[in-house]
Design a protein around this ligand. Structure first.
Ligand code: NAP
Length: 249
């Protein structure tokens, strides 16, 4: 039986790179997106082209009903999930200081970046848990170097959401280890994706590049490989780990 992987937010960026790389390894992949169906279909076609199963599912990870529907669709079309990558996340808006942030901005961002990860993990555990007849599995949460640096003057709100993801990883890993489920996080540094444009700074990755010990921003594929290692049997004794993939920053 093929491994069934859900990658949230995988129409673009790190999620898309992870979905494609997983397809190459033979995973059946659920490509989740919020609005960009065309991009999601492109990822699905890339996975099918290498001979693996893939479906695209629209679901807003900030909405509980959508998260539940996403997992039910995967049950029906691919089978019970064995791997989850909690990747979907947003910056709340343009780069701002805390003194200028609204409750609306903060809550909208937390619903996706934090509540969405909890809810997706909950649905995955129901299906993976050995106590509920599942076969175990692995969850990888995509955090951020921002949780360590704090993102002052840019998005402290987003950085704090990623600190919550780090803590979710530590606590949940202990809660579900005996159920056959490993939970880890990858903490990317500055990676070349569209997320920077959504914060009003499209060339941010290039600007930050010289500050990074490896002297360049990372590529989405480099994070994908880190995520896939944590999901794999090669990482069978790794749980509760938060792995920095930051170019040394
Ligand atoms: P990105 O290029 O902005 O792509 C975001 C993806 O998430 C898209 O596929 C988007 O779907 C999807 N998405 C957004 N909101 C969603 C929602 N509510 N429900 C479901 N899907 C949603 O982002 P990225 O840079 O690849 O970031 C991926 C992850 O890495 C995030 O957790 C981010 O915090 C983390 N990260 C990124 C960096 C970086 O420098 N890029 C650094 C550290 C951590 P649509 O196409 O439909 O909009």
């Amino acid at each position: 039986m093929s491994q069934v992987l859900i990658v949230t937010g995988s129409s673009r960026g790190i999620g898309a790179a992870t979905a494609v790389a997983a397809g190459r390894l033979g995973y059946s992949v659920c490509v989740n997106y919020r609005v960009n169906q065309e991009a999601a279909e492109k990822v699905v076609n890339e996975i099918r082209a290498v001979g693996s199963k893939a479906i695209s599912v629209q679901a807003d990870m900030g909405k509980e009903a959508d998260v539940i529907d996403l997992f039910s669709t995967v049950d029906r079309e691919l089978g019970p999930v064995t791997g989850l990558v909690n990747n979907a996340a947003i910056l709340g808006g343009l780069q701002s200081k805390v003194e200028d942030m609204t409750a609306e901005r903060i809550n909208k961002m937390l619903a996706v970046n934090v509540t969405g990860c909890f809810l997706a993990a909950r649905e995955a555990i129901k299906r993976m848990s050995r106590e509920r007849g599942g076969k175990g599995g692995a969850i990888v949460n995509v955090s951020s170097l921002a949780s360590r640096l704090g993102a002052a003057n840019e998005y402290v709100d987003y950085a704090a959401s990623k600190a919550a993801v780090d803590t979710l990883t530590i606590g949940l890993s202990k809660e579900v280890a005996h159920l056959g489920i490993r939970v880890n996080a990858v903490r990317p540094g500055t990676i070349r994706t569209d997320i920077h444009a959504s914060g009003g700074s499209p060339d941010r990755a290039e600007k930050v590049g010289p500050l990074i010990p490896l002297q360049r921003p990372g590529e989405p594929e480099e994070i994908a490989h880190t995520i896939l290692w944590l999901l794999s049997q090669e990482a069978s004794y790794v749980t509760g780990a938060i792995l920095d993939a930051t170019g040394g920053r």
